[in-house]
Design a binder for this molecule. Structure first.
Ligand SMILES: Cc1cc2nc3c(=O)[nH]c(=O)nc-3n(C[C@H](O)[C@H](O)[C@H](O)COP(=O)(O)OP(=O)(O)OC[C@H]3O[C@@H](n4cnc5c(N)ncnc54)[C@H](O)[C@@H]3O)c2cc1C
Length: 445
């Protein structure tokens, strides 16, 4: 240990609502907060928005759609529509494509996009809403004032800065603000297991016509046939076509260390995962070229800027969404949005899918966004309050957009009424969300 000298930190800005993190949750939270008229600032460590969607090159929206009584319908609306519309205008969006047949034989759907278009669409959305975006701002801590956050501390190229706000929203994916401010958090299941991470990569110059004529490759079978010829720790995965000809995303690697998934909130593990992810990407690409029809002449276009992290900290909030809530399509009085994505559990060597029964989507309760013990903080996205199994469904982009829009709106309701986020009039929140185009349930309550 060394002792650093005490120092004064400049308060570089004061705002009304401060959002940490520019992934799908943060994009929707900032847009919704700014549209209420509140002075809104978003901090992001990278120089672009999109979160895992761009930084980890996910390039595909899941959870925007559900299979409702056999037909695929969009169940996340509002700010999500504004992103889709901009992506479409930039020619960076594919039509929804079927993903997997559910137990009842119905398909769910996902929508692929270009990362560059997503970055530009998100810039435009936030700037047109009036959000003050501060890129290259790595948040490292908080200054507290009793049960409230007073300021977030950031490291920047110009040194350490403090930013004050009245309401804070944690969309860091890792629950950084919640953790630093002392809110109760969990990591992993009872054994500490967290979903396996993946380094995504994309290939170009694949032969779409051949793939189309011969049918989509059965990866599970081809990997099994490859046996020990390649080092392929994950035995099944996703090859998905992108909006433009010949380009495919590859979601196949699986990053572990000493036999367990790396911890995406651990500096040392994160560093290890980057080189291991690129090593595996080369190996899976070699397998694709050699063994998967249509990929013989493809080339490795790009590996993701960072390892893709599915799960780290989750807050233990007012309500923890469970596996049963998701699978039984449960309704909640304080619904703020809907989600129809199955449980997608990334286990060793494989991903396990469990589909929703009945209606095909559940409602998301406001209580999943309310941490305990901090009076001016809301949390949205993959670090919201769920059990590990609940997180395996709620973490995908669609529900993150829905939660984000809700917390952005709720933060201003709380600020304006001088109450904590848990004390706001939840029906007033719902009415505002519906008026702003969100879908919060069957009959919009
Ligand atoms: C390999 C992989 C494949 C996936 N596939 C899909 C898919 O096909 N479809 C789908 O919908 N979802 C998919 N997901 C899940 C989905 O992408 C994420 O769960 C989702 O992006 C979570 O959104 P979020 O806004 O909560 O957090 P994130 O997307 O993680 O965004 C958090 C943001 O906060 C920033 N940040 C974090 N900490 C700090 C800090 N201290 N200071 C400053 N900035 C900070 C990060 O840079 C990031 O931009 C996948 C995930 C992975 C890893």
């Amino acid at each position: 240990m060394i002792i650093e000298p005490a120092r004064e930190t400049e308060v570089v800005a004061e705002t009304e609502i401060l959002i940490l993190g520019g992934g799908p949750a943060g994009i929707a939270a900032a847009t919704a907060a700014a549209r209420t008229g509140a002075r809104t600032m978003l901090l992001e460590k990278y120089g672009f928005l999109g979160g895992m969607g761009t930084a980890a090159m996910v390039t595909n929206f899941c959870g925007l759609h559900a299979s409702i009584n056999g037909s695929v319908q969009q169940v996340v609306r509002g700010v999500a529509d504004d992103i889709l519309e901009r992506l479409d205008r930039l020619d960076g969006l594919r039509e929804p494509h079927p993903v997997k047949a559910t137990g009842g034989g119905h398909d769910i759907a996902a929508q692929a996009y270009d990362t560059s278009a997503y970055k530009m669409a998100a810039d435009d959305l936030l700037l047109s809403a009036g959000v003050d975006i501060r890129f290259h701002s790595f948040a490292v801590g908080v200054a507290m004032d009793g049960p409230c956050i007073d300021a977030v501390l950031v490291e920047t190229k110009s040194g350490r800065k403090a930013i004050k706000a009245e309401m804070f929203i944690d969309c860091s994916g890792d629950g950084d603000l919640a953790y630093w401010s002392g809110a109760e958090c969990e990591k992993g299941d009872a054994t500490g297991f967290m979903a396996y991470p993946t380094t995504m990569f994309r290939v170009a110059n694949a032969d779409d016509e051949k793939i189309h004529n011969e049918g989509k490759p059965n990866l599970t079978q081809l990997i099994a046939e490859a046996g020990d010829d390649y080092d392929l720790p994950r035995k099944t995965g996703v090859l998905g076509s992108q909006p433009h000809a010949g380009e495919w995303r590859v979601n196949l690697t699986q990053i572990s260390r000493d036999g367990a998934p790396i911890d995406g909130s651990d500096w040392d593990d994160l560093g290890y995962a980057e080189t291991e992810g690129r090593r595996q990407s080369q190996e899976y690409f070699r397998f694709l070229k050699d063994r998967v029809p249509g990929f013989e002449n493809s080339y490795l276009l790009e590996t993701a800027p960072q390892i893709g992290i599915r799960e780290t900290r989750r807050i233990v909030g007012e309500y923890q969404l469970t596996k049963d809530d998701v699978l039984s399509c449960r309704d909640f009085e304080d619904s703020i949005g809907c989600n129809g994505w199955p449980l997608e559990q990334h286990l060793q060597g494989n991903a396990k899918w469990t589909f929703l029964a009945g209606r095909g989507y559940h409602q998301i309760p406001y209580g999943t966004t309310l941490p305990k013990g901090v009076d001016n903080l809301l949390v949205a996205g993959r670090c919201a309050s769920t059990t590990p199994e609940g997180q395996a469904s709620l973490r995908v982009s669609g529900p993150c957009f829905a939660m984000g829009q809700a917390v952005g709106t709720a933060a201003e309701l709380a600020r304006r009424s001088g109450v904590t986020p848990s004390e706001i009039d939840r029906q007033a929140l719902q009415a505002r969300l519906v008026a702003d185009g969100a879908f919060i349930g069957d009959a919009q309550l």
